[in-house]
Design a protein around this ligand. Structure first.
Ligand SMILES: *[C@@H]1O[C@H](CO)[C@@H](O)[C@H](O)[C@H]1NC(C)=O
Ligand SMILES: *[C@@H]1O[C@H](CO)[C@@H](O)[C@H](O)[C@H]1NC(C)=O
Ligand SMILES: *[C@@H]1O[C@H](CO)[C@@H](O)[C@H](O)[C@H]1NC(C)=O
Ligand SMILES: [Zn+2]
Length: 309
C-alpha cells in the first residue's frame, strides 16, 4: 500500500515538474527546468538577442525616429477575461486596442497584458535600469496587424511589440489597480478564469503620446524565448502600495500549487545590441550669447522630449 502511495506521489511530482519550465523561485525539487537550463529545451532561449536586459543609461543612444506613440482604443470599454496560466495571469485585450508611431514600422494590435513580480515587496521587474530593479513590471503584448495570432507574429523578427512599465512603491495605494487585484483573487489555480467588466486600458496605463522610453530588439521572456520582439520600456513608473503588491501575489498559485512569487527571468547579455532612447540626453546650455540662449530656451521649453533625468 505504502509503495503504491509513494509511487503515485512520484508520478504526481514527475507530472508537475519534469520537463516543465519554471522560474528560479520554483525549486520544485530541482525537477523543473529553471531559467539557466531553458536553452537546453528551447533553443532560442540561448540566442544572442534575449530579454530582459539591464539598461545602462550612460550607454543609451538617442534616436530621433523614436517619436511619440498613438494609442487607439485605450478609452474603449470592454469586458476583459483574466486567466491563471500557471506562470502568471493573462488579461486578454481586444484587437481594437492598437499601437502606432513610436518608431514602429507598422500598426500593431493588442493581445494581452500580464505582470511580473517578486516576493515580499522585493525586486520583481524583469528589466532593470543601471542595475536597479523595480518591485513589478507590466507587459502589454501586441502583434502586427496583419497576423492572426501570436505564433504567426513570432515568425517575424519585428512581429511583436511589447510595452513595459515599471511599478514603484508608493505610500498611497493606486486605486486604479483595485479591480486587477480583485480579479487575481478569483483565479487562484492554473486554468481558473474570470472577467473584469467595463474595463478601459486607459484605467491603468497613462496616455503614452508624450512619454519617453527606451527601445531595443529582444525576445519573449518566457520559453520559447522567440527573438521577435520590439521592446519599449517607459521611463515613467506607475505607483503601487506595498499592501497592494502583497495582495497581488499572495492570491495566485503556480501549477505546482505553491505561491506564485518570483515570476521574472534574470537579465540577459546585450551581446552588442544598442539600447536607444527617445530622449535627447543633453541640452547644451553653455555658450553665453543670445543665439545659444534662445536655442537653449527652445530646447528646455519647446520640446517635451527634452526632459531631465
Ligand atoms: C459585459 O458583460 C455584462 C454582463 O455579462 C454585459 O451586460 C455587458 O453588456 C458586457 N459589456 C460589453 C462591452 O460587452
Ligand atoms: C515563417 O516564415 C517563413 C518565411 O518568412 C514562411 O515560409 C513560413 O511559412 C512562416 N511560418 C509560419 C508558421 O507562418
Ligand atoms: C479553479 O481551479 C481549481 C483547480 O483546477 C478547481 O478545483 C476550481 O473549481 C476552479 N475554480 C473556479 C472558480 O473555476
Ligand atoms: Zn512579460
Amino acid at each position: 500500500m505504502t509503495s503504491i502511495l509513494s509511487l503515485s506521489s512520484v508520478l504526481l511530482a514527475l507530472k508537475l515538474c519534469s520537463g516543465e519550465w519554471c522560474y528560479e523561485s520554483q525549486s520544485c525539487d530541482s525537477k523543473c527546468t529553471g531559467p539557466s537550463e531553458w536553452k537546453q529545451k528551447y533553443l532560442q532561449c540561448g540566442g544572442p538577442n534575449q530579454s530582459p536586459i539591464n539598461i545602462i543609461t550612460r550607454k543609451v543612444k538617442h534616436d530621433p525616429k523614436l517619436t511619440g506613440f498613438t494609442f487607439d482604443g485605450h478609452e474603449d470599454i470592454f469586458n476583459m477575461s483574466v486567466e491563471n496560466h500557471g506562470h502568471s495571469a493573462h488579461f486578454t485585450l481586444p484587437q481594437s486596442v492598437r499601437l502606432r508611431g513610436g518608431g514602429l514600422s507598422d500598426t500593431y494590435k493588442a493581445v494581452q497584458f500580464h505582470l511580473h513580480w517578486g516576493e515580499d515587496g522585493g525586486q520583481g521587474s524583469e528589466h532593470s535600469v543601471d542595475g536597479e530593479r523595480y518591485p513589478m513590471e507590466l507587459h502589454i503584448i501586441h502583434i502586427k496587424e496583419k497576423y492572426n495570432n501570436l505564433s504567426m507574429a513570432l515568425n517575424d523578427s519585428t512581429g511583436v511589440a511589447a510595452l513595459g512599465f515599471f511599478f514603484e512603491m508608493s505610500s498611497e495605494k493606486n486605486q486604479k489597480l483595485d479591480r486587477i487585484i480583485e480579479a487575481l483573487g478569483k483565479v487562484r489555480y492554473e486554468g481558473n478564469s474570470t472577467e473584469i467588466e467595463d474595463f478601459r486600458l486607459a484605467d491603468i496605463v497613462p496616455q503614452a503620446d508624450s512619454l519617453s522610453y527606451y527601445r531595443y530588439s529582444g525576445s519573449l521572456t518566457t520559453p520559447g524565448c522567440d527573438q521577435s520582439v520590439v521592446w519599449t520600456v517607459f521611463h515613467k513608473t506607475l505607483p503601487i502600495s506595498k499592501n497592494q503588491l502583497m495582495s497581488m501575489y499572495k492570491q495566485l498559485l503556480f501549477a505546482s500549487e505553491k505561491p506564485m512569487t518570483g515570476i521574472f527571468r534574470p537579465v540577459q547579455n546585450l551581446n552588442g545590441r544598442v539600447v536607444y532612447t527617445s530622449v535627447k540626453s543633453h541640452c547644451l546650455c553653455v555658450l553665453p550669447n543670445l543665439i545659444t540662449l534662445f536655442l537653449c530656451l527652445f530646447c528646455v521649453f519647446g520640446q517635451q522630449r527634452c526632459v531631465f533625468y
